[in-house]
Design a protein around this ligand. Structure first.
Ligand SMILES: O=C(O)CCC(=O)C(=O)O
Length: 272
């Protein structure tokens, strides 16, 4: 109950989640493995992982973006959204039947890895503008390491969630709360330990802190599938899926030979 009270007052709550630390370790190992192109490497430290990503980025930026997507879509990363402690917290904070808005998304912040500053350093914004799902929609944000006083954490204006959807303008990020409507006072910097998550309302005004060295975090959002008001809006959600069938059409010509080789190799692969 204490979490609910704190959440209703501030619009966010930071909580330890059982099993989160182990999942984070698995994620860091997996990212190290993928970024080192399948060489069996274990995560050693954050700075090494940062350097490894910088070398991938410098080699080929498009491929680097694909690599991050491939990692973010791994079941290991997706597991954050099904940790029993996460589901229990969502229910405690009013989301009775959690329904994912999008799969978990990865956020990487490091000076040498920035393709578009405006997308990475989010300005003061409310997530509701880009999602518009059920009213109690909750955002979970999970750093993959501790976030001390200035390591590209997130900053939030406590209590801003009760202001509803504030007027916003378009920005390089997508949208930002209009200047005159940014809540008074300084935002709170959310310090977090490994294994902690922050759950916040889609109405909370928040932004990315612009100082730090290297930061990795995962976020995802839950609508409440039992929300009757949302049901009346036909479960609408502004996020949508798209497909791109026009890229890599030449792969079709290579497919007959490739697939023959692929299955031959798979059938004769040594089992362990
Ligand atoms: O990771 C960040 O810095 C920003 C995340 C964020 O604002 C969001 O997920 O809504």
């Amino acid at each position: 109950m204490a979490s609910t009270r704190e959440f209703c007052e501030n619009g966010f709550v930071v909580k330890d989640i059982f099993g989160c630390t182990e999942l984070i370790q698995e994620c860091l190992d997996k990212l190290t493995l993928i970024a080192s192109r399948g060489l069996e490497r274990k995560f050693s430290n954050l700075s090494n992982l940062g350097d490894l990503l910088v070398s991938c980025f410098n080699e080929d930026k498009e491929s680097y973006v694909g690599l991050l997507k491939a990692f973010a879509n791994s079941p290991t990363v997706q597991n954050f959204a099904s940790l029993p402690g996460v589901i229990a917290l969502a229910r405690e904070l009013g989301v009775n039947e959690p329904s994912l808005v999008t799969p978990p998304i990865l956020h990487v912040v490091k000076d040498e890895l920035i393709l578009n500053r405006e997308k990475v350093f989010t300005p003061a914004h409310q997530d509701v503008v880009s999602t518009r799902g059920s009213i109690g929609q909750l955002v979970f944000w999970i750093p993959l390491h501790s976030i001390e006083n200035s390591n590209y954490g997130i900053e939030a204006w406590p209590g801003s969630h009760i202001l509803g959807e504030l007027p916003s303008t378009t920005s390089g990020f997508g949208h930002t709360v209009s200047k005159d409507f940014i809540p008074d006072g300084n935002p709170a910097y959310l310090e977090m330990n490994v294994g902690q998550v922050v759950a916040f309302s889609q109405y909370l005004v928040h932004q990315t802190h612009t100082e730090g060295k290297f930061r990795l975090a995962v976020s995802f959002r839950f609508n409440d599938a039992l929300d009757t008001e949302w049901a009346k809006r036909k479960y609408f959600c502004a996020f949508d899926r798209t497909t791109n069938v026009n890229e890599y059409n030449d792969a079709r010509e290579r497919a007959p030979k490739q697939s023959k080789d692929y299955f031959r190799n798979l059938a004769t692969r040594p089992t362990n």
